[in-house]
Design a protein around this ligand. Structure first.
Ligand code: ADP
Length: 439
């Protein structure tokens, strides 16, 4: 301020001096006024320079002014820089925020008061099949073309979610998308979407499973209670009585097998994957299941089957012994149960070139048509329902085998020719197979 006053004073003095030199008192005053006018013009020019710079607010090119104007510029420059930094921080935070919403497994859309898409993450676009860039500004009702959604949007009651068809792997197989709107701000809306296809599938499977189990238990239970009623109401001969009791025991046994298979399955699903530290002799495993299946064949087939163990490599297998025995025994007992008496059944271990070990069971039974093969390991799926029941099948055997194989990092393979026979294989990865001789 002082500097400006000195400048003004100097110019006024210079003007007055000029007047004095011209030696007239009138001119002295005019000169002083002239000096003040010159200073005002000069100051005005500097103010204009500052205003021009402020309009651009470019901190890299500041006008070179000294004094009060220089001070004003320096302060403004600092302020602009501070605001620029603040804006940069806000931008970065907004970017982070949007990146986080992009990464969300749920779809997020922002709608304006008129219901147009203002912003959307990629997940929502994938769920509902639109382009998150190109379709910005589109009315959401034109994107989600479902009457349920149109009614939901029009009702204004967003307290619940709704389900609409989304984009699926095929047009005939749309995904199931759950949508819910959350109003915010001035009539704006946040719309969240969730892919619930897998949840719905799991729910449908659970319902089917409960229905199947109930059905499987109800059948022997009905037979059992029928016999009980008969025995209570009619006096029976000793021979009839023991025949009835035998049939009742069969039904009870059937229920017991079913419950035991269900428990096995639930144990397999709930327990940790077997470790790789326990090594079991492959021959020993075969020895167990072979004995069991020969006993079964003697009991149910006339004549019994020709069951053979084929020579193979001496292997050690790592995993849970009880699980492996249960899986191998299921395959062998299926071969016995489905192959007519006198048929040939071969079993053994073999080693593939790529190091995988395979336990196989081959039979000369009825074989299985190709369309059934992919579904054999589904719970309660049976090709021949009556044969399965007759021989005490639960429809869970191959589901157990598949679980055991998968828990050991392997899989179950089935090849079959109708009228000739089938081969069931449990294939285990090299990490679970070791040569017994080398060891
Ligand atoms: P189940 O208790 O009915 O035998 P599984 O899960 O063990 O149930 O087998 C599923 C179905 O696969 C059986 O019902 C049967 O129709 C068919 N199957 C299994 N093994 C054989 C086989 N060796 N030969 C022919 N069909 C078989």
């Amino acid at each position: 301020m002082t500097r400006r006053a000195i400048e003004l004073l100097l110019l006024v003095l210079l003007g007055a001096l000029w007047g004095l030199v011209k030696s007239s008192s009138g001119l002295t005053v005019v000169g002083a006024l002239g000096g003040a006018v010159v200073w005002s013009l000069w100051d005005g020019l500097r103010a204009r320079q500052v205003l021009r710079w402020l309009n651009k607010a470019d901190v890299t090119r500041t006008p070179n002014l000294s004094g009060a104007w220089g001070e004003v510029i320096e302060r403004c420059r600092k302020l602009v820089k501070k605001l620029e930094k603040k804006a940069q921080n806000s931008d970065a935070r907004l970017e982070d925020f949007l990146a986080a919403i992009q990464a969300s497994p749920n779809g997020v859309m922002l709608l304006d008061a008129a219901g147009r898409i203002e912003w959307s993450n990629l997940t929502a676009a994938n769920h509902l099949g639109f382009d998150p860039q190109r379709d910005l500004g589109q009315y959401v009702r034109n994107i989600v073309r479902s009457p349920t959604f149109a009614a939901y949007l029009a009702s204004g009651d967003f307290g619940h979610e709704i389900q609409v068809d989304g984009v699926g792997p095929r047009p005939s197989q749309p995904s199931k998308i759950s949508l819910q709107i959350h109003p915010y701000g001035k009539k704006r809306k946040l719309m969240l979407s969730r892919d619930i296809t897998a949840v719905q599938l799991a729910e449908a499977m659970r319902r089917d499973f409960v229905a199947n189990v109930s059905h499987e238990i109800r059948t022997p239970l009905t037979v059992l209670s029928g016999f009980v009623e008969t025995m209570q109401s009619i006096p029976l001969e000793e021979a009839d009585r023991s025949r009835y009791l035998e049939m009742m025991s069969q039904q009870a046994q059937r229920m017991q097998t079913l419950v035991s298979d269900l428990l096995t399955l639930s144990r397999l699903e709930g327990s940790p994957v077997p470790g790789t530290s326990d090594w079991i002799d492959g021959e020993e495993l075969i020895g167990h299941v072979l004995q069991e299946s020969m006993g079964l064949s003697q009991a149910i087939a006339k004549p019994p089957h020709d069951i053979r163990r084929l020579p193979g490599p001496a292997l050690l297998v790592s995993g849970a012994k009880s699980e492996l025995l249960s899986a191998m025994s299921n395959l062998l007992s299926n071969a016995v149960r489905y192959t007519p008496g006198g048929g040939k059944i071969e079993t053994g271990w073999r080693l593939r070139q790529d190091g995988w070990g395979e336990y196989f069971v081959r039979d000369t039974g009825p074989g299985i048509a190709a369309e059934h093969i992919p579904r054999l390991t589904e719970r309660f799926y049976r090709v021949d329902r009556s044969r399965s029941r007759e021989t005490g099948g639960t429809g869970l055997g191959l589901a157990i085998v598949k679980h055991v194989a998968q828990r050991h990092g392997g899989r179950i393979d089935v090849t079959s020719v109708v009228g000739e026979g089938s081969e069931f294989v449990i294939a285990l990865p090299p990490s679970r197979i070791r040569d017994r001789v080398i060891d």
